[in-house]
Design a protein around this ligand. Structure first.
Ligand code: C2O
Ligand code: CU
Length: 479
């Protein structure tokens, strides 16, 4: 009975859209024996394209309150989070478009707080970027229509950029896929997975800042409560011999994940990465571990044979790197049938070496801070009291990010992407285009960009409590 009753509780329910009543979090006591079955992972439902014409994708996203039910089938524990969702789902509807498309999204704000949408990783015009530095927030009851042209293929995401730490934490985020026609039909399946860590959640809609009784939630309230599209440790059947493009988005406020692949016995297998933040890699990369920091994306080719596979989260702490602890199984992949693993689909690879570092620096960002006080600085400044760095239109510029703090920081730049020239002096194996890159403790990142998008762009740490604490600045590109 319990299993049946929880079926309709999985995922989240719109606050005022009827639906089942939210569970009382205090009633979520663990039972003696787990009776639930392992949930089945699916890609988030896709947004409906309301414009039939080719080359235009039109979507309506309504932000509203929602209750997220996080069910741990292994223990029968449920965590009920009063948060938000777009169109009643977290992750929000996946927007699927084609390279070169015009994307038109109307955001309807049905919450009682100000909000906005930022198109993370997309070179949007400055007045469509959703940041409060350049644009008034969308008030409760109001709507705003964003329009942008999608000039790069890849896996991107969208989230508010007002009160970001709280609103992302409470469920406002979704995926934007821009397909490259040259890759049509390359993979049998496309699986979109948004990873979120609910363990570090600090707030709920309408909740006072007080101790809400960690004990009642047991381990569900600790750090490291990972969900994949809202599900804890789900499973998925795949056909042996099939090819799946796994699109990974890390939407956690501050949790990192160090991903690995293993067989049923736990023996490590390599991951085949085909794309990073800014789309397809020059050539596929076989990696033992894949580190995702907040805001990061990666695409991985899953090529199952007849044997079961597991996606593993290796314990990792941004205040110390890989740490001792038990790896956690994030996803069980259960092949059906008997075929051998397929070959990696042939994508239009174009080997490209990293660019030469000219050795000059146009913009220097020193990341500094103190985890004990929660004060976080770039160049000694706390947003919004910042010095605006300026670049000329189309300038080829070098940014150096120097981390002089005892914690890692994912550096994110709006409006443009950059190439990683080196990290701590180490040059990448091949050309690496990103919009979010993790800078190690006391590390130095050398980044090259072409300042081709005029406007004022946020440059910040994507650990959202750090950004909230002031670790954001503005980079201006002239007209
Ligand atoms: Cu994904 Cu300024 O953010
Ligand atoms: Cu940071």
């Amino acid at each position: 009975m319990r299993a049946l009753a929880t079926l309709w509780l999985a995922g989240c329910t719109g606050g005022d859209k009827g639906g089942p009543p939210p569970l009382d979090p205090d009633s979520a006591a663990p039972s003696d024996t787990a009776t639930l079955s392992q949930p089945v992972l699916e890609s988030p439902a896709e947004a409906e394209d309301l414009d039939a014409s080719e080359g235009v994708v039109e979507v309506v996203l309504t932000a509203a309150t929602a209750t997220h039910e996080l069910i741990d089938w292994r223990t029968d524990e449920t965590l009920s989070v009063h948060g938000y969702a777009y169109n009643g789902q977290t992750p929000g509807p996946t927007i699927r478009a084609r390279l070169g498309d015009l994307l038109r999204v109307t955001l309807v704000n049905d919450t009682d707080v100000e909000t906005s949408i930022h198109w993370h990783g997309v070179a949007a015009p400055w007045d469509m970027d959703g940041i409060s530095w350049m644009q008034d927030p969308i008030l409760p009851g109001d709507a705003f229509t964003y329009e942008l042209t999608l000039s790069r293929a890849g896996t991107f995401w969208y989230h508010p950029h007002i009160d970001t730490e709280r609103q992302v934490d409470l469920g406002l985020y979704g995926v934007l896929i821009v397909e490259d026609p040259e890759e049509d039909g390359a993979f049998d399946e496309d699986l979109v997975v948004v990873l979120d860590d609910w363990g570090d959640r600090e707030d709920e809609v309408g909740e006072e800042h007080e101790d809400t009784g960690d004990d009642a939630h047991g381990h569900l309230h600790g750090e490291g409560l990972w969900t994949l599209n809202g599900l804890i440790a789900p499973q998925r059947s795949v056909s042996a011999g099939s090819t799946t493009r796994l699109r990974l988005v890390l939407a956690a406020n501050e949790g990192y994940t160090l991903l690995g692949l293993a067989d049923a016995e736990g023996t490590a297998l390599p991951l085949t990465q085909v794309a990073a933040d800014q789309g397809r890699l020059p050539t596929a990369a076989s990696v033992e571990r894949l580190l995702l920091s907040p805001g990061d994306r990666a695409e991985v080719a899953l090529l199952p044979g007849a044997d079961a596979l597991q996606l593993i989260d290796h314990p990792y702490d941004h205040q110390g790197g890989e740490v001792i602890g038990d790896p956690e199984v994030l996803l069980d992949l259960r092949p059906e049938g008997e075929a051998d693993p397929a070959e990696l689909p042939s994508l239009p690879w174009e080997a490209a070496a990293p660019s030469e570092d000219p050795g000059t620096t146009d913009v220097l960002y020193v990341f500094q801070g103190d985890p004990r006080s929660g004060a976080w600085f770039i160049n000694g400044e706390v947003y919004p009291d910042v010095t605006v760095a300026e670049l000329a239109r189309d300038q080829h510029a070098i940014i150096e990010v120097r981390n002089v703090s005892p914690t890692e920081h994912p550096f994110h730049l709006h409006g443009m992407h950059f190439e990683v020239l080196s990290m701590n002096g180490v040059v990448p194996d091949q050309r690496q285009l990103e919009d979010t890159v993790n800078v190690p403790i006391y590390g130095v990142a050398r980044l090259a960009l072409v300042a081709d998008n005029p406007g004022d762009w946020m440059a910040h740490c994507h650990i959202l409590p750090h950004a909230h604490g002031g670790m954001m600045t503005v980079l201006r590109v002239g007209e």
